[in-house]
Design a protein around this ligand. Structure first.
Ligand code: GAL
Length: 671
């Protein structure tokens, strides 16, 4: 398997390169990614190409037997270009032109920039295609990140209007679908339609959602442009990927992935001024999103954190053990290559405090040793582990359009999409039940249970699919605010949960947004949760059961006794509705019961210990990761004898994993 580092040769004197390569060799590194911010070196003035720096360093890597992934440098257009073509600059949501001085200062809708992109990408493809060290390409860097996903300038407005014209055909159609009679917004020419720059109140939600769709499409087209430009020159044996970010950007990674050989991800469980890492379940959710983006392939972690990160603020220093833990977590959930960010901390520029395997002084110490240990631990087993299957019994619905609709109207000051999606993901993580991230087009028949959280924006056809699935014995879990909107972001005129009411077997006549410092109390009244009390935050749907039974009720003032969680039997299957932002402890109990009922097996581990199973042809793998920084965890192993490949040690039944320990175990199958 490939294990590498992100390397910036342009930031170091040439005399340093061979020393770096030598040190990388002792570490066991076999791939480097480079050049993704190198445009001003490669095209020193318009049309004058000079690739000599990268030629030189790539030759050296080749001689050392190491592979290279080249980045196309379009995330950082050079100063001469911005000076000559200021129209390439993006405009932010407040109408301010984004200045040169950092990165991502371009809009994908600029025709000039599209042309410039094609030229540099083709020039690179043409120049480097036969380099023996080159195995593949990363196009651009983190599309849309740092709020560059939406741009509001003239070029963007022009492209938005064309996009609308293609989508709707006539203005009459736009007016009807958006409901522009509201506040006198009936458009009589395409030019009148705005990009959503500041207004006194808020824009039309249907326009906002279409703007997000347009932005996502614009990036998709831009990505395609880069891929096509490269493919004109490079051999089929070289892959093309992109390192995505998954944080509610106006980007449809799954659609874009259709044009890529596989996707990549930048994994930073802690970044910037954060005092501690994000919860392990939050990282796991992102990794599952990566696997779901192009389910048929593995993905690369193109940047895996190796040291403390930050620009003007530096936060948490990853502790001894974290590097291996986060590497193992990523591989467990589908990563097939790990590239550490970065080889050595830069002495100048914005990212002086983005530490790497080496710090500024270049002296190998703890992080170097830890990286070496990880690489050695994977030497004999890595290739087999990454090809084993992650078999999930649960599908977890995620549609970026739904996330955008929530972002447009969060409805509660406590609502944060990623946070709330995590609320309903976390209990599955805690019971060590793998989930596949799915869209409405997935083949859901292979799952025992589907969690459809926060299904606010409904998609045509999905309801019928879920109905068929439930009738044939499947279990579906809905949560609060289900069935509110149609795909145009228009509220249903049916009683909530809209067209899903029959499936849920209950109606919602009243609901409430729960604001900061407030919460409702609920109590389980039936099944495994009976007698258990919990707080509910963010949102409360007050349910009126019809055919459904009540599992939990509100215990609060005037809503006392109203249903909060219900369960309905439909055909051979079951439908749960969790009407509020229930605390996770309560959800652990509920999920365990649902899983048992649906025949989903759990693996019980102590709090903060994650266990992931992958199944190979003749062997099974179990990775165990103790995310607790203080407590050791006593683990009950699945039946049989398990071997740790790195040490050859055997384990059966029980074992103890120290704080921040991680371990891979293998079991040979009989067949
Ligand atoms: C990533 C980015 C890298 C670098 C890194 C710093 O988001 O792709 O170029 O900025 O963060 O931690």
């Amino acid at each position: 398997m490939y294990i590498g580092v992100d390397y910036y040769p342009e930031q170091w004197p040439r005399t340093q390169w061979d020393k770096d390569i030598q040190l990388m060799k002792t570490l066991g590194i076999n791939v480097v990614r480079m050049a993704e911010f190198g445009w001003s070196l490669m095209e020193t003035e318009e049309g004058c190409y000079d690739f000599s720096l990268f030629d030189d360093v790539m030759d050296r890597f080749d001689r050392a037997g190491m592979a290279v992934v080249l980045g196309t440098p379009t995330a950082t257009p050079p100063p001469w270009m911005v000076e000559a073509y200021p129209e390439i600059q993006p405009v932010d949501k407040n109408g301010r032109t984004v200045s040169i001085g950092a990165r991502r200062h371009y809009t994908v809708n600029s025709r000039t920039y599209q042309g410039k992109t094609r030229q540099i990408v083709e020039a690179m493809g043409r120049h480097f295609r036969h380099h023996p060290a080159l195995i593949g390409w990363q196009v651009d860097n983190e599309y849309g990140h740092e709020a560059s996903d939406r741009s509001y300038g003239e070029e963007d407005a022009r492209a938005f209007r064309q996009w609308l014209e293609r989508k709707y055909g006539t203005l009459e159609n736009v007016n009807k679908r958006w409901g522009t009679v509201f506040w006198s917004q009936v458009y009589t020419s395409w030019e009148q339609i705005p990009v959503p720059l500041p207004v006194y109140q808020e824009h039309n939600p249907s326009l906002l959602l279409d703007f997000d769709r347009f932005c996502a499409d614009a990036y998709d087209i831009y990505n395609q442009l880069q891929v096509d430009a490269l493919r004109t020159w490079i051999p089929d044996s070289q892959f093309i990927t992109h390192n995505f970010v998954y944080s509610g950007l106006a980007l449809d990674q799954k659609k874009m992935a259709e044009n890529l050989d596989f996707i990549s991800f930048d994994n930073y469980p802690v970044w910037g001024g954060l005092a501690e890492p994000i919860p392990p379940a939050a990282t796991a959710r992102q990794l599952d999103l990566c696997r779901g983006t192009k389910q048929e392939t593995g993905y690369w972690v193109m940047e895996e954190l190796s040291g403390a990160q930050g620009w003007s603020q530096i936060g948490y220093l990853p502790r001894p053990g974290h590097l291996k833990l986060w590497t193992y977590q990523a591989i467990s959930r589908g990563a097939e290559a790990i590239v550490y960010f970065r080889w050595r901390a830069a002495r100048f520029g914005t990212e002086q405090f983005c530490h790497g395997i080496l710090d500024h002084d270049g002296v190998p110490r703890r992080k170097f040793d830890e990286t070496k240990e990880v690489i050695q631990s994977l030497e004999t087993v890595g290739d087999r582990w990454i090809t084993a299957e992650v078999t999930a019994d649960i599908g977890f619905y995620h549609d970026p359009e739904n996330e955008w609709a929530w972002k447009i109207q969060p409805q509660s000051d406590q609502f944060d999409y990623a946070q709330e999606a995590l609320r309903f993901y976390e209990p599955a993580f805690a019971w060590n039940v793998p989930v596949d991230m799915i869209r409405e087009d997935a083949d859901i028949s292979r799952y025992r249970l589907i969690i459809v959280p926060l299904y606010f924006l409904t998609k045509p056809g999905f309801q019928e699919k879920l109905e068929y699935y439930v009738r044939s014995g499947g279990t579906v879990v809905f949560t609060y605010r289900t069935g509110v909107k149609d795909a145009d972001n228009i509220v249903t005129e049916k009683t909530l949960p809209g067209s899903l009411a029959a499936l849920v077997g209950a109606e919602i006549h009243e609901y409430e947004s729960i604001r900061e410092n407030n919460y409702a109390v609920i109590e389980g009244v039936k099944g495994a949760v009976a007698g258990e009390k919990a707080e509910a935050h963010v949102w409360c749907d007050y349910l009126v059961p019809d055919t459904a039974e009540t599992l939990a009720v509100y215990r609060d003032g005037w809503v006392d006794e109203r249903a909060a969680i219900t369960k309905n039997s439909v055909g051979e299957g079951k439908v749960y509705y969790i009407g509020c932002g229930v605390n996770t402890d309560f959800l652990y109990t509920l999920y365990r019961d649902m899983f048992e009922d649906a025949g989903v097996s759990i693996m019980e581990t102590p709090k903060n210990v994650e266990m992931v199973r992958r199944e190979g042809k003749s062997e099974n793998f179990i990775s165990i990761m103790n995310h607790d920084t203080e407590k050791a965890g006593e683990i009950t192993l699945p039946p049989g004898t398990w071997t740790e490949p790195a040490t050859g040690e055997y384990f059966q039944e029980r074992m103890v994993l120290p704080a921040l320990g991680s371990m891979l175990l293998v079991q040979h199958c009989e067949n």
